[in-house]
Design a protein around this ligand. Structure first.
Ligand SMILES: [Zn+2]
Length: 141
C-alpha cells in the first residue's frame, strides 16, 4: 500500500503505454472481480470456513477500493463527464485521505493549494472529532 505523504500524479503521455496500462488494469480488475464472485459463491457447511471466506472477500474488496484501479472519490468526475470507469485515466495519490483518485477528480477538487488546504482542514477536523468521540465512548461504556 502507498504511504507517501505527498500528492503524486502517475501520468503517462505515450498512447501505447496508456493502452498497455489500461489493458493490465482491465485484466487485474477482471481477476479481482472473478475471485470476489468465487469467494461469494462458496458456501461450505462449516461456519468457520464460511467466516474465513467472507473475511478474504472483505479484504479483497477493501484492497480493491484502495487500489489505483479505482477512483476513491465519489461521485467520480470521470464517470460524470465520460460515463466510463477510470481504467484509462492517470491516477493521483491523495496523501490526506490515503487513497487514489483519478486525474479528473484531482483537477476538479484538489488541484489548487487552496483546495488541498481545505481538504487538510476537513481531514484534521474529522480526525479530532473521531478522537473526541472515542474518548467519550471509552469513558461512558
Ligand atoms: Zn474520479
Amino acid at each position: 500500500m502507498m504511504k507517501s505523504k505527498k500528492w503524486k500524479i502517475v501520468r503517462l503521455k505515450n498512447p501505447k503505454l496508456i493502452k498497455i496500462r489500461a489493458n493490465l488494469r482491465k485484466l487485474l480488475a477482471a481477476a479481482i472481480h472473478a475471485e470476489i464472485k468465487r469467494l461469494g459463491k462458496n458456501s461450505i457447511n462449516s461456519q468457520r470456513k464460511n467466516t474465513a471466506l467472507s473475511k478474504k472477500k472483505n479484504e479483497l474488496l477493501y484492497a480493491w477500493g484502495k487500489s489505483l484501479l479505482k477512483c476513491s472519490y465519489g461521485p467520480c468526475m470521470t464517470f460524470k463527464k465520460k460515463q466510463t470507469d477510470t481504467l484509462n485515466e492517470d491516477m493521483v495519490w491523495n496523501p490526506l485521505q490515503k487513497h487514489w483518485i483519478c486525474i479528473n477528480c484531482y483537477n476538479h477538487h484538489f488541484k489548487t493549494d487552496k483546495q488541498k488546504e481545505f481538504l487538510r482542514k476537513v481531514v484534521e477536523k474529522t480526525a479530532s472529532e473521531n478522537k473526541a468521540y472515542e474518548e467519550w465512548f471509552a469513558k461512558n461504556s
